[in-house]
Design a protein around this ligand. Sequence first.
Ligand code: DGL
Length: 271
Amino acid sequence: MTSSFYFYTMNNQPIGIFDSGVGGTSIWKEIHSLLPNEDTIYLADSKNAPYGHKSQKEIQSLSIKNTEKLIALGSKIIVVACNTATTNAIDFLRKNYDLPFIGIEPAIKPAALKTKTKQIGILATKGTLQSSLFTKTSELYANQINVIEVIGEGLVPIVENNLINNPETLMLLQKFLDPMIKANIDYLVLGCSHYPYLIPQIKKLLPENVEIIDSGRAVARQTKAVLENNNLLNNKNQKPNCQFFTNLNSSTLNSLLKPYESEISISYLTF
Ligand code: DGL
């Protein structure tokens, strides 16, 4: 794909990450924990969130915009930290840009392999659940399993606006999880990078035997593997530079990233 010169010179460039908003910070946390020497640039496209109800064409053009910004900022690899953008746009991005892309998809496969009740739940956006990539994965791995798909309508704005602890959030989650609980699921797949922030609330509602799966750790492992295979790991021996940019306001980012505040920067950027 690219010349060895590209790989040679790109090692110490940042990992670029984008999401429709703040949710992909759940992926950044996994990447930062697995690759603590890597510089990162995160774009929170909160101005255009949620992506989940947009057409594939719109999701693709927003993904192009974010990708081009991350390339302009020097990214050596791009992590699409958004299930909706991955399932609707990553094929296009891979065909059209000359750098490695890592995507995130709902973890249907591990849930389908492990379930004992043969009933699994998946909570994701409309854009993810209706994508052909998701349909293909689901047909491939879960054709012997009953998959209860629920659109998490309204959950992305709740996380974007930091309303996670509101009583209404619990009521909304109850409505989404009820049919899954009734069907006796033993695995719940979180198919949106915003949803891991709702796990404490979800746990209040699910029976104890139900295991929650999200794909954050797997994405971090895949990012590491691709960097290793392409000789793109950072070889500097200094503290990483982790920058977060939002095109709306930074209050939710500040709150979700509070434990990291001494090691990161958060600022406003037009993109
Ligand atoms: N974090 C995005 C995802 O994983 C949220 C999608 C949206 O903005 O609706 O799908």
